[in-house]
Design a protein around this ligand. Structure first.
Ligand code: FUB
Length: 325
């Protein structure tokens, strides 16, 4: 039996995407991208995603209306940002709330930044500089059981992940292809105030059933963007979008920094090009927050956030969701 608002746009007054969902004090908070209507042609660099600010959504429960809490952070208030505020996430520590977000700096290079608030809905005050050594997009933050704060991020193509293979930014860098090893997301430990990395950012390995790294040509399974990590019975589950094939897949590991072994598909493609999600436990059950383009009738950069129940077996196996069944 589905809930009344399950698999339906959670808010309709604005376009929202890339939902990072969390529960604080029994209430559900969603940190999405705030899509804007722009007459910009689609391209592989994501020029159509011209987002300028963040709004936090919240729900008293899964059955309650979803509230748009208004402006939480605008790009004009972040000294280092040039444009394109993409998919954010948030963690809390010592009563403060840290919004971690990607945006292009004034040199058109994607970096991660942090902004601090006293409440889960903001407003958030940004640091003057991005996280030193950060690059690419789609941060997802896991606070582990021992209190360590881990940041996962990275996205191919417009997310610029390929451009850092040499260790410094090279816009002409070769994109892995064919039998070459696919790129994995980036992992680093974050400081308690979200201002810096405590460890060197490193690439996470995603392996196939034979222990071999996934290949670039394996587009049904290889990493593209949108990482998320949840823990279940002590294991770590890295889920992500396969981009060009539009799946959300997952891989399992024993350590937060991998390696992870590919396990399966969480969700079949949604209406639209991108697919991006988070996984959160609410009242003992697991839920997938995701987006599609239903609200705009299929416009790729005018997306809407939804949720649905996720069935996770005792051994961690995740049942594949067919979003329109
Ligand atoms: O929202 C802009 C980009 O689209 C995100 O960073 C990607 O994950 C994709 O959803």
């Amino acid at each position: 039996m589905r809930r009344e608002n399950e698999r339906k746009p959670l808010v309709k007054n604005i376009y929202t995407a890339d939902p990072s969902a969390h529960v604080f004090d029994g209430k559900i908070y969603i940190y999405p991208s705030h899509d804007v209507e722009r007459d910009v042609p689609d391209d592989d660099d994501g020029e159509q995603y011209m987002m300028e600010d963040y709004h936090v959504l919240s729900m008293d429960s899964l059955d309650a209306p979803c509230v748009d809490n208004g402006l939480a952070l605008h790009q004009d208030d972040v000294p280092w940002v040039g444009r394109q505020m993409w998919a954010p996430d948030l963690f809390t520590r010592n009563g403060k709330y840290y919004l971690v977000f990607p945006a292009k700096d004034k040199d058109e290079i994607f970096r991660l930044g942090t902004a601090v608030g006293d409440s889960p809905i903001g407003p958030f005050k940004p640091y003057d500089e991005p996280i030193p050594g950060s690059h690419s997009i789609d941060p997802a933050v896991l606070v582990d059981d021992d209190g360590k704060i881990y940041c996962y991020n990275g996205g191919l193509w417009g997310g610029q992940l390929e451009m850092w293979q040499s260790g410094s930014f090279n816009p002409d860098e070769h994109r892995p292809e064919g039998d070459e090893k696919a790129l994995g997301p980036i992992f680093a430990e974050l400081s308690e105030d979200g201002s810096r990395y405590l460890t060197e950012p490193k690439e996470i390995q995603i392996l196939d059933e034979n222990g071999e790294p996934l290949k670039a040509s394996d587009e049904d399974r290889r990493y593209f963007e949108g990482p998320w990590v949840h823990k279940h019975h002590g294991k770590y589950y890295l889920s992500y979008s396969t981009g060009t094939t539009h799946y959300i897949c997952y891989a399992e590991g024993d350590r937060p920094d991998g390696p992870f072994t590919y396990k399966g598909r969480i969700m079949e493609p949604v209406l639209g090009w991108t697919t991006h999600h988070s996984i959160v436990q609410i009242d003992g059950d697991w839920y997938l927050f995701y987006h599609d383009c239903e609200l705009s009738g299929g416009v790729t950069h005018e997306r809407c956030v939804k949720y649905t129940k996720l069935n996770i077996a005792e051994d961690g196996t995740i049942e594949t969701i067919h979003p329109y069944d």
